[in-house]
Design a protein around this ligand. Sequence first.
Ligand SMILES: [Zn+2]
Length: 316
Amino acid sequence: MALATINPIDLGSDVSFLFYDKIVNSKRGDRKRILYGEIINDNVIYSELYKKIKEKYRVYDKHVRILELLVEDSYSEVDKEALQHCYDGSTVALIELKRTIIKNQSSFYQSKCAYCGIDGIDGMDHYIPKEKFPEYAVHPHNLIPACSCCNGKKSDLFLNGSEIQRRAFFNPYFDEININILNLEIEYLESTNSFSFKLNVEDENYIVHLDTLGIIHRYEKEAINIFDNLRIEIISSFEAHFDMYDNLSTYEKSFKNQLKKSRDIKLRERGINSLDFLVYDSFYKSEYCSVAFFINMFEDSNSKLKLANKGNIKMD
Ligand SMILES: [Zn+2]
């Protein structure tokens, strides 16, 4: 989910560069000559660009937590095109790298965007844009599995544009947040007999990230879907299990315990700022956290019949 940490590929010294080496070695013609070098009498004569990028990778690896300090370099148009082509061209080595990055994640993040956690993965975002830093077009720690919405909105942005060089975006590989940055408020709207959600951001350091990627609005919208599924689960579970209880208040107690357990699992598995956790948490703490509320709200006749059978309510 937004502001959650995903697993970086474990890279020993220079391992990140081995991926680059593999990709450029599989190029052909002029691009191979520029990016890799030439083979003369079985000896590789590495190109100047190859040696330069090897050094650049060392710089990146040393600065993974302070990438804002990296300085843009200038490249000839031909070199820049070749470097960017490392990502744009689909070599077997690049496909393998992307696969390795995704396989390294928890089951949730093998299919969800690392920036928002809402939409599926449509490709890789370059944390440091490849337009400005073409040398890192295929650096494994610069490739973030992302949805097309986040990737498109983030575009070539990287620094926040203030006088002090600061990164504008949370880096899912190396930034870590263990406190509540997001807070979701649930509200029941009587006029439409529905719920709405409002997301509050409690730390302004993340406003740019959340605003630029449209996460505040997307969270509030998606929360309604998650909550509606939860509501259906609550009613169907009530209908399946109420016979085991003597009355509604004992059932309500068990329901709240179960909801708290689910909330705690969301917290453990998805993180304190994950949308799943926030939806469950806001509902659990709210005045609407009761099965009776849902039964009345939606005038669910099956559920009402169950209550009436046990004398918990009178049917009209
Ligand atoms: Zn996304």
